[in-house]
Design a protein around this ligand. Sequence first.
Ligand SMILES: Nc1ncnc2c1ncn2[C@@H]1O[C@H](COP(=O)(O)OP(=O)(O)OP(=O)(O)O)[C@@H](O)[C@H]1O
Ligand SMILES: [Mg+2]
Length: 252
Amino acid sequence: MLQVKNIEKYYGSKNHVTKALDRISFNVAEGEFIAIMGASGSGKTTLLNCISTIDTVSAGSILLNGTDISDLGERDLARFRRERLGFVFQDFNLLDTLTIEENIGLALTLNHSDSHTVQNKVQEVSEKLGITDILGKFPYQVSGGQKQRTACARAMVAGQSLLLADEPTGALDSTASKNLLEIMTRMNHEMGATILMVTHDAYSASYASRVLFLKDGKIFNELLRGERNRSVFYREILNVLALLGGDISDVI
Ligand SMILES: Nc1ncnc2c1ncn2[C@@H]1O[C@H](COP(=O)(O)OP(=O)(O)OP(=O)(O)O)[C@@H](O)[C@H]1O
Ligand SMILES: [Mg+2]
């Protein structure tokens, strides 16, 4: 569903150029759960921002379901993002002045769905994520874990095909992190979400079916989980991180 072809990203002007992404290529099949790891500054967020159309590549191309995202104009891009992509950020990105229900339904409302359809779809996804009891509350009235589940519901409510998450467990304690990772696994297995998750944390990455390791803007290694259980996969991820070198405490 996603094809990343030889992309490069440079920041800065002629005299001072940072090469954030250096000829990165990979494909993502529908139904995969991919984690992207690497030390600070290795290009993880840049890669995610290019795929999410928040940023543009300097060279190469990115195709989602056959559409080259660099060919889309401003209006088409905004619609493309709302309809095809779901986002889960570390700081939730919920709107404080909207209720949980309104936050979840926002993409549908912006697409001019009628209120009955919005209500039904919000209800359906909220049941799956166990948050029907907080729909009438505002973000400041719910816990961090509930906010993150709200963000997950919002990311799926419009039938978005690709879910992008940048450090989704970064602001959560270990129990809430585990809950969120289990929810993301259910979204992946039971609700058909394809997930691309950036994380520093080997434990979080061990929930994925494949891990891509970035180093200096390049893909350094790739691990497939296959039939192995999560704790075996976790140890393998730690081994690759050790190979990656640098400041390991920074990536674990
Ligand atoms: N807007 C920007 N302008 C200039 N340089 C940038 C910009 N964004 C990122 N960079 C540089 O690009 C490189 C990759 O940054 P990126 O944010 O993708 O790293 P990261 O892997 O997400 O790091 P972290 O784990 O700290 O979030 C870094 O050298 C960074 O300084
Ligand atoms: Mg980052």
